[in-house]
Ligand binder design. Structure first.
Ligand SMILES: [Zn+2]
Length: 487
């Protein structure tokens, strides 16, 4: 909601949500700020390049970046940490950029603290690009901070921010649950056998939340991520099996303090066994090198040696399920959404002491179907559930606009697809139907004062009300609909 006093769009300032106008926060001209940020990014990147080109031996630098990437992945699985997507992106981006850079003249071997500083520097550039992106999309407002530009998220961005929080940042208790989820994954990562006990179907079913989290954080976030993880599409195009990839990786020893490496000829010979392709194809599809930079850098070739990244490959292997087995992944999403509609919401209402009815249909009109009706005291709510997942490029403004359009469509009775919108029973009509048919479900109309409509989503919706219908994220139900008083 905009500021009730002056109508300005609200922003988040530290922990507070404030009106920049009424609180006299200086807001910069957006166009200028975007240009300034862009100029600064170029300058910082140029400065970083200048330093590393002069100082470091290029090949050793790439190897160290691969090792840093691997350490990140090992830490992620072995001691739970929040998924720092920008750090993983940063090391991969650097590998991609540096391998094609011909201007290196340095000889020095890079030190661990220097690698860390390099990745942090690049992370800062990535963050600036993300903020610039948000400014361009109308999701943030720029303010001056010293001689720098600081961006404040505005209220249009709040639902996306809250939704990322569901997937990304976990409460301590949830984090412990997450470790339990990763444990079998870690065991799997260590599996030496050629065949794991999992089929793609079973793997996707069992580890769906993690795959989905990776998919949202790496694959669909914005263009910067697409530059790196979009390279994985070649895996699907060439019908390479992720399981063969892991089997090949796990056939090599995992060193404790460095990456294992082998000669290119040995690697090709071994990879042939797992992938059944000729040497040329192996080279083109699997070995990332100065001459072959259009594939994802799983196996990086430097001076005739191929470097194996065990856990980094495994991390991407998990993500590959959503790309290579997209059909199975989408089917699982559908099943999960159905469960969401049928069971999850019901449980929450029942736990709050509500009576909950499901599978409500109109015998005279087969298309009219109500997901759920919840009753508490003299209040009745007609519920529609949408287990929407984060969609690709959820940070794009038109993506949010589409969700808004779809939500309004539920109320008004229009279902949107690629073609013309299709008429469906409007939620408003379903509410009328529920009002008139209470007695069929053994409810006494005299004992019900109000009948309302409610749409429930897994994610935070861009609008929270439309034509008197409430729209809520599943996470907020407890806050909004728990009327029991506790002693
Ligand atoms: Zn105001």
């Amino acid at each position: 909601m905009p500021c009730p006093t002056c109508g300005s769009i609200l922003v988040r300032f530290g922990k507070f949500i404030i009106c920049p106008q009424c609180n006299k926060v200086p807001i910069l001209n957006k166009k200028n700020a975007i240009f300034e940020l862009y100029k600064n990014e170029l300058a910082v990147e140029e400065r970083i390049n200048e330093i590393i080109r002069k100082a470091f031996n290029k090949n050793k630098l790439i190897i160290e970046l691969c090792w840093e990437r691997e350490r990140f992945a090992r830490k992620f699985f072995e001691e739970y940490q929040a998924l720092e997507a920008n750090a993983f992106l940063s090391s991969n981006l650097l590998i991609l950029r540096i391998i094609t850079d011909d201007s290196f003249s340095g000889r020095k071997t890079v030190e661990p603290y220097e690698i860390k500083a390099l990745i942090d520097g690049f992370k800062a550039i990535i963050e600036s690009k993300e903020i610039r992106f948000l400014l361009m999309q109308g999701f943030a407002e720029p303010m001056p901070l010293g001689n720098k530009i600081h961006s404040l998220y505005n209220e249009k961005y709040f639902p996306i921010l809250y939704t990322y929080a569901i997937y990304d940042i976990l409460e301590e208790a949830e984090a412990k649950e997450k470790i339990k989820e990763y444990l079998p994954l870690l065991n799997l990562a260590k599996a030496k056998a050629k065949k794991t006990q999992y089929s793609p179907e079973l793997f996707i079913h069992k580890f769906y939340p993690t795959i989905h989290q990776f998919y949202c954080c790496f694959f669909t976030r914005n263009e910067l991520y697409t530059e790196v993880f979009g390279l994985l599409k070649h895996f699907a195009k060439e019908k390479l099996t992720p399981y063969n990839l892991m089997a090949l990786v796990n056939s090599y020893l995992m060193n404790h303090n460095s990456l294992y490496h082998t000669s290119s000829s040995e690697f090709i010979k071994r990879a042939k066994k797992y992938f059944r392709m000729d040497a040329k194809k192996i080279r083109n599809s699997l070995i990332f090198s100065e001459r072959n930079t259009k594939i994802f850098p799983f196996f990086v070739e430097i001076n005739g040696r191929v470097y194996i990244s065990h856990r980094a490959t495994f991390l991407v292997f998990i993500l590959l399920h959503a790309i290579v087995y997209k059909k199975i992944f989408d089917k699982e999403t559908e099943t999960k959404s159905r469960d969401f509609e049928k069971e999850e919401v019901k449980k929450i209402f029942q736990n709050m002491g509500w009576q909950y009815l499901t599978n409500i249909t109109d015998k005279k009109k087969a298309t009219l179907e109500i997901d759920g009706i919840a009753i508490y005291g003299r209040k009745m709510i007609v519920i529609e559930c949408k287990g929407w997942k984060l969609k690709p490029f959820s940070e794009y403004k038109n993506q949010q606009d589409q969700i808004t359009r779809d939500l309004k469509g539920i109320v008004d009775g229009l279902k949107y697809s690629k073609r013309k919108p299709k008429p469906i029973p409007p939620l408003l009509e379903k509410i009328q139907f529920a009002k008139q048919n209470m007695s069929k479900w053994d409810l006494d109309p005299k004992k019900i004062d109000s009948v309302e409509g409610l749409i429930i989503l897994r994610n935070y919706p861009p609008i929270t009300e439309y034509k008197g219908i409430q729209i809520s994220c599943i996470k907020d139900l407890e806050k909004k609909y728990n009327f029991r008083t506790y002693r």
